[in-house]
Design a protein around this ligand. Structure first.
Ligand SMILES: *Cc1c(COP(=O)(O)O)cnc(C)c1O
Length: 356
């Protein structure tokens, strides 16, 4: 009989919320739909593309469009099948089995998972109650424990907190480890390191089209780093990791710079409104939950009754994300939706809290 090895024997597939909920505020996606004209432009280009040929392995067009949008050199950009794929590629190639990976919890759960697949030794630093990373502590831990790679999201999913450029620079320049800086939510904030990525020999920035750009469906993410690191990524990735249709859709949408900036701005307006309302609700129902400030498109709440609220929202057709941490208690993460969705969420939340 074939025996599964210890590594894979007890793994469970990723299990997101799947039901047909009216309002989806659980995955930090954009609430904005792509304009009809742009969709048809994409379909026309797809129609003209060669379906029998493999895609461009370096995804030249879409990397150029990305580079132009952010004003970075094109040779410093590589594309992935979502930034998720890039995380797996990076951790399984820049770490050898048994080498140390530092993560800072709570953070994006895939880091530990892919680190585990890469057979890295996982070092974990717990964030303080403010949920803000202490850069000095990160530096010390990397030095003392000899970590080879540190990965964290900035601003952070799920906490919504961020480090300034100055603080991130301090980490990068104080350690020999590779710093993987996941800027999945940086379009909503102003402290990106993307403009100076090529200056460091130990920094890789990850960006995604799944959040601010409203293209979670096409699976498209990017790594930005100096050329030496990008060449490694190009060498280790599977050659045709980004399919032709994703390349076409990404290149097309990224060329509509004003549309993307406007859309991002709309999401920022939405999170401002939602944060304000959530803060008001917290005041109306003292002691029920504590919201953290946010520089992302979601709010993060500390709430002992999170599970009950989560279930009550689900039964009203509203999906949010529940977190239960053994060491810190329960939390909810709520993505900013359309004005109507935010209003429905807040009405439901008030009803649920009134019922107690
Ligand atoms: C959503 C998210 C990603 C995943 O992005 P994809 O490009 O859709 O794979 C990566 N990192 C963080 C922190 C995220 O929240």
């Amino acid at each position: 009989m074939y025996e599964l090895n210890d590594k894979v024997k007890n793994l469970k597939p990723y299990d997101p919320i799947c039901g047909a909920y009216k309002i989806r505020l659980d995955a930090n996606e954009s609430f904005l739909a792509l304009p009809e004209e742009i969709r048809s432009e994409i379909f026309q280009r797809m129609d003209k593309s060669s379906w029998n040929r493999y895609p461009d392995p370096t995804a030249t067009g879409v990397c150029r469009a990305f580079a132009e949008y952010y004003g970075v050199p094109q040779e410093c950009v590589a594309a992935g099948n979502g930034s998720d794929e890039l995380i797996l590629i990076l951790l399984s190639s820049f770490l050898k089995s048994g080498e140390k990976l530092l993560t800072i919890s709570p953070d994006f759960s895939m880091y530990n998972f892919y680190g585990f697949i890469a057979e890295a030794e996982n070092l974990n630093l717990a964030k303080p109650d403010t949920m803000k990373i202490d850069p000095q502590e990160v530096i010390q831990t990397i030095r003392e424990k000899n970590a080879r790679v540190v990965i964290f999201s900035n601003p952070c999913n799920p906490t919504g907190q961020g480090l300034t450029r100055q603080e991130v620079r301090k980490i990068i320049t104080s350690v020999d480890a590779l710093v993987i800086l996941d800027e999945a939510y940086m379009d909503f904030w102003s402290e990106s390191m993307i403009g100076e990525a090529s200056q460091y020999d130990n920094l890789i920035i990850l960006r995604t089209c799944s959040k601010a750009f409203g293209m979670a469906a096409i699976r498209l993410g990017f790594a930005v780093a100096n050329k030496r690191l990008i060449d490694v990524i190009r060498a280790v990735k599977s050659p045709y990791n980004v399919n032709t249709f994703t390349q076409i859709a990404g290149e097309t949408v990224l060329s509509y710079k004003d549309l993307l900036r406007k859309g991002t701005q709309q999401i920022i307006e939405s999170i401002k409104d939602l944060s304000k309302e959530i803060a008001a609700i917290a005041q109306e129902f003292p002691g029920t939950f504590t919201p953290y400030p946010t520089c992302t498109n979601f709010v993060f709440l500390h709430c002992e009754k999170a599970e009950q609220i989560f279930q009550s929202l689900l039964s009203r057709g509203i999906a949010v994300r529940l977190f239960r941490f053994a060491d810190r208690g329960n939390f909810l993460r709520i993505t900013a939706g359309s004005p109507q969705e935010n209003a429905a969420l807040c009405t439901a939340l008030r009803e649920i809290l009134k019922e107690g």
